[in-house]
Design a protein. Structure first.
Lengths: 148, 148
DNA sequence: CCCATTTAGGTTGTGCACAATCTAATTGGG
DNA sequence: CCCAATTAGATTGTGCACAACCTAAATGGG
């Protein structure tokens, strides 16, 4: 064991990268029909859960910075799915509100996650177990980083 | 259960997306010191495993197309880590060969995956289990797609 | 042998992701 | 009250990712 093989297939980083790409690829045709991308879908998820969040609040939830979110949210606005309004109490903040079209879209995507799970060949139980494992990894990474 | 909550935290797609981002973020400072990015690291992994692969072979392993790989490999070439050579037997093919610097880099990164695993708070066993779960998801997605 | 088809790789355009930088609004210490 | 420091968001530059398209090389059926 003096050699370090570094075989691609053995790397967890690559397994994660591939799985993420494959799952995004499953979402793509479904979201294409609705005219949105996968990251835009995530922003909408954050808004369906709590409408009127500020850009930085969305960024805190999705772990994305303004350099990513500013243009993304503008594209959602151009499609008429959200509206951006300056917060009256703090003019620095931009709150993002769903339009009626943005609200309606929620019903159209409600079945998408289930369709994806089926295509991924996952039972509901294994799905939940995987999700919890992934979330604990993410949590421990972010926890470690906040110790800097 | 007439309502469909679509809570962000409950979505496996989001757990996967977040974990992938978090792990990439762990790699970033380590790879920064070596002057390469995470996708460039994956291409090098594919070459350390089998030097002289063609662009399309690398694409088959990493599931990336020429639109992504062509410029990425050119950047690796500009850094002196790889060389591109047309295959004599089939002039359409471009084979990518590691330079001495490219080979040397392998030893410098050999400990990186372990460091990342530690930071992610994972034991070796849970790491392998996760990897296998992810790989089976990726496999079943790609298997399904080839049935089209 | 010839030309239609296929295959390899590159290019262009759009969108995500992040670092670095900028401006404007807010806050807080003296 | 005033100005330095902080905070929110936007902008710029680089690189990844993919669809659509392009050219050249190889292939294969007639």
């Amino acid at each position: 064991m003096t050699e370090n093989p570094l075989i691609l297939r053995d790397q967890v980083c690559f397994a994660l990268y591939s799985a993420q790409h494959a799952v995004t690829g499953l979402y793509r045709p479904l979201l294409d029909e609705l005219g949105i991308t996968y990251p835009q879908f995530l922003v909408l998820l954050a808004l369906w859960e709590a409408d009127g969040r500020s850009v930085s609040q969305i960024g805190a939830v999705l772990r994305l910075d303004s350099g990513t979110l500013s243009p993304l949210i503008k594209r959602l606005e151009q499609q008429g799915l959200v509206e951006r309004r300056r917060d009256a109490a703090d003019e620095r903040r931009v709150r993002v509100h769903l339009t009626p079209d943005g609200h309606r879209l929620r019903e159209q995507v409600s079945d998408v996650p289930r369709q994806v799970a089926v295509a991924a060949g996952l039972t509901p139980e294994s799905l939940f177990a995987l999700r919890d494992t992934l979330n604990s990894i993410t949590a421990s990474i972010h926890h470690d980083q906040s110790k800097d």
